[in-house]
Ligand binder design. Structure first.
Ligand SMILES: NC(=O)C1=CN([C@@H]2O[C@H](COP(=O)(O)OP(=O)(O)OC[C@H]3O[C@@H](n4cnc5c(N)ncnc54)[C@H](O)[C@@H]3O)[C@@H](O)[C@H]2O)C=CC1
Ligand SMILES: CC(=O)C(C)=O
Length: 259
């Protein structure tokens, strides 16, 4: 198995894409540290990972808090005996016309989606350097990190920022054997999209389900994305086969945005 003996930390692992990534990495042989702000669901995912024959541990942390992210990385190393892969997946969406955005909105979403990724990059890179080996840092961007989406303007800005951090970190850490890449999903059928669809319905008067349907109809491959689709790309980026790739923000969207 491609990730046998490796240790991977995934943030936002309680559900959705993060859960899918954690279970795929476990299936590929990695021991997994599951981090989220939601404690209860983490334990369920831990059981699912252990059933795949690997070690798993949980840690409750808010990625917007630098100390908590650093503590999560320390915990992963102590509990699992190594540290090789960091997946900065946790994020939140916000559907709002730009005209209505408040400073409180931007503080919240920037702190989670941008700073959360930055703290994860810092903590993981320092850990790889202290341990004296290479490492993989993999960040959640989006199609909205390649194209700004109406009503998702602030969210889109955070996902463009993730690409900037990914490129800068790739350059800063390349000499240490650390690669830094981002994955850019399209329309994934998770709770995040349930919330996005509901907010669009409130703001635009669209019927419930209509916005999601409209976006899915625009996908060339003809179906919504699943967490497993995203996890397949992340598993590649976590393994040795991607060793010569760094600083990239790779689209996995079934054919929506072409770069
Ligand atoms: N669902 C989609 O269509 C797409 C999602 N993405 C990105 O993928 C990532 C995962 O999204 P989904 O799984 O769909 O979302 P989701 O809402 O289903 O799950 C997000 C997870 O992150 C956790 N989380 C939120 N804030 C946190 C914080 N401050 N600290 C720790 N954990 C926190 C939540 O508790 C939850 O378990 C996000 O970064 C999102 O922006 C990117 C493109 C498309
Ligand atoms: C949630 C998200 O990133 C999009 C573009 O749907």
């Amino acid at each position: 198995m491609a990730l046998n003996g490796k240790t991977a930390l995934v943030t936002g692992a309680s559900q959705g894409i993060g859960r899918g990534i954690a279970l795929r990495l476990a299936k590929d042989g990695a021991n997994v540290a599951l981090v989220d702000i939601k404690a209860d669901k983490l334990e369920t995912v831990r059981g699912e990972a252990e059933a795949l024959g690997v070690k798993a541990t949980t840690f409750v942390a808010d990625v917007s808090k630098r100390d908590e992210v650093h503590a999560a990385v320390d915990h992963a190393e102590t509990a699992l005996g190594g540290f090789d892969v960091m997946v900065n997946n946790a994020g939140i969406a916000q559907v709002k016309p730009l005209a209505d955005v408040t400073p409180e909105d931007t503080d919240r979403i920037y702190n989670i989606n941008i700073n959360g990724v930055l703290w994860g990059i810092q903590a993981a890179a320092q850990k790889f350097i202290d341990r004296g080996h290479k490492g993989k840092i993999i960040n959640a961007s989006s199609i909205a990190g390649h194209d700004g989406f109406a009503m998702l303007g602030v969210y889109s800005a955070t996902k463009f920022a993730v690409r900037a951090l990914t490129q800068a970190a790739a350059k800063e850490y390349a000499s240490r054997g650390i690669t830094v890449n981002a994955y850019c999903p399209g329309i994934v059928g998770t709770d995040m999209w349930v919330e996005i669809d509901e907010r669009f319905a409130e703001i635009t008067g669209a019927a419930k389900g209509e916005t999601y349907k409209k976006y899915v109809e625009g996908i060339a491959l003809g179906r919504a994305e699943t967490p497993d689709d995203v996890a397949a790309l992340v598993a590649f980026l976590a393994g040795d086969d991607s060793d010569y790739i760094t600083g990239q923000a790779i689209l996995t969207d079934g054919g929506m945005v072409y770069r």
